[in-house]
Ligand binder design. Structure first.
Ligand SMILES: Cc1ncc(COP(=O)(O)O)c(C=O)c1O
Length: 461
């Protein structure tokens, strides 16, 4: 019935797109992706693209992994749905919780499942409040996040996110959410300040914030080991060590958002291992199932779980959970995904190819458009600036990053422009030859962007 009308037209007619200029979309329409294999995806016309961001930082094992398809099919046939409310359980959810405990970077007592990173972080905010109520500290409720953090978009997780577009006109953040410094040395260090000195200053600022607010009102600090959507910001040396000293002094929980960093991205199974973080709770999603089906988890230490037990006993029920918490199909896929990571020694592979990724990424440092290259493991970014010497950014209205991203798409590479930082986060299965091909395509896009910037005088202050 609708065959005569193009899919693009029907998309414009019927769909709302997240993170899209909705007016522009009505003129421009979508890029419709129809297939994927390995690190590649293909559009309606059959054009090939390298998925340089693994979708949204998530398809760790790449596209078209038949083992994951089969895991879903098997579970669908056996039991397509059951829930975990009121003492019910399913085997995939039990197996997955056990597996996550074995893999976790610190001793974990229990795992709670949700469906997205936002839901996991949102739930965690509630659990922190529940925890402090259980411990008789009803005032200890504030949660410190960081400017440029990304923790999701639901009401509490969107409040934790420290990006203006996620707050503006959504009436966020909610009360009791604070934002401390972004740990980006290139942008925010003082002249001549070393990474270590910068880290010391930021830890000092956090301590002052906690003291000003009153330590009896501050419950937790949440951080991505490497900030993702905020621009792929790798913390300065000694940062987390110093931050955690402050948290310990004031009995403030350390919450690690491993939604991007978890499962090998930074060269260790968890970002916590790469940056010496000893969290009290961890959220995971994305690469947990290589994004084949939606699933997320909260990994909780014993002290938090003990408090939850006491509170639910007092109230009569732990009054939180989702229809799909521990859904058996995504749980079965996630379990198989984690097994495949082990069977195929994906972590060793990441360690082997990451030096090539980082070397190629850093080779752009001399390019006239590039202010900074940064990254760790198989994640990184190239920050475009108007003036390399002064680090002056482009006028955001010129949309230089977006232009570079669009040119990359013309060359068969999908990447993500986070304002003017272009992010790379390919599937973990990427080979050295594919890394070279990815950056060769990017190099062409970057050179063309430079020509366009020069011809149009976009460096003018
Ligand atoms: C670090 C981090 N936390 C949380 C989220 C939110 O996840 P979701 O989009 O699944 O809600 C994201 C999404 O990009 C993320 O990068």
């Amino acid at each position: 019935m609708t065959a005569a009308i193009s899919a693009a037209r029907r998309d414009i007619e019927h769909s709302i797109h997240p993170y899209t200029n909705l007016k522009l979309h009505m003129e421009k329409g979508p890029l419709i992706i129809t297939e994927g294999k390995g690190i590649y995806v293909y559009d309606e016309q059959g054009k090939e693209y390298i998925e340089g961001l693994a979708g949204l930082w998530c398809t760790a094992l790449g596209f078209g992994e038949e083992e994951l398809v089969q895991a879903a099919v098997r579970q669908m046939r056996k039991l397509p749905y059951y829930h975990t409310f009121a003492h019910k359980a399913t085997n995939p959810a039990i197996d997955l919780a056990e597996k996550l405990k074995q893999m976790a970077p610190v001793p974990i007592s229990k795992v709670f499942f949700a469906n997205s990173g936002s839901e996991a972080n949102d739930s965690l905010v509630k659990l922190v409040w529940y925890y402090n109520n259980a411990r008789g500290r009803p005032r200890k409720k504030k949660i410190v996040s960081r400017l440029k953090a990304y923790h999701g978009v639901t009401v509490a997780s969107g409040s934790l996110t420290g990006l203006p577009n996620n707050h503006r006109d959504f009436d966020l953040p909610i009360a009791n959410i604070l934002h401390t410094d972004c740990p980006h040395h290139y942008r925010f260090a003082k002249d001549g300040e070393s990474e270590e000195e910068f880290a010391t200053r930021l830890a000092g600022n956090l301590e002052k914030l906690i003291q000003d607010q009153g330590p009896d009102t501050v419950a937790a600090f949440i951080a991505e080991p490497v900030m993702g959507a905020g621009g792929v910001i790798v913390p300065p040396r000694t940062y987390f060590e110093k931050i955690q000293e402050v948290l310990r002094r004031h009995d403030v929980l350390m919450l690690a958002d491993e939604v991007i960093c978890g499962f090998g991205r930074t060269g260790n199974m968890f970002g916590c291992e790469t940056f010496n973080i000893r969290p009290d709770a961890i959220t995971v999603a994305k690469a947990l199932s290589s994004a084949y089906l939606p699933i997320s988890g909260i990994l909780l230490t014993q002290q938090i779980f003990d408090a939850m037990v006491a509170e639910s006993e007092k109230i009569g029920v732990f009054g939180h959970g989702f229809t799909y918490s521990g859904h058996p199909v995504p749980a079965a896929v996630a379990l198989r995904n984690l097994e495949l990571m082990e069977e195929r020694q994906i972590l060793d592979h990441v360690k082997r190819v990451a030096p090539r990724f980082q070397e190629r990424l850093r080779s752009f440092a001399g390019h006239p458009l590039v202010g900074e290259t940064r990254g760790v493991g198989l994640i990184g970014a190239v920050e475009l600036v108007a003036d390399k010497a002064t680090k002056r950014p482009f006028d955001p209205a010129k949309k230089v990053g977006l232009n570079c991203g669009n040119r990359a798409e013309e060359h068969g590479l999908i990447i993500r422009a986070l304002v003017d930082s272009v992010a790379f986060c390919p599937p973990l299965i990427i080979t050295e030859a594919e890394i070279d091909e990815m950056f060769n395509r990017f190099s062409r896009a970057l050179d063309e962007t430079e020509d366009w910037v020069r011809k149009n005088g976009l460096r003018a202050a």
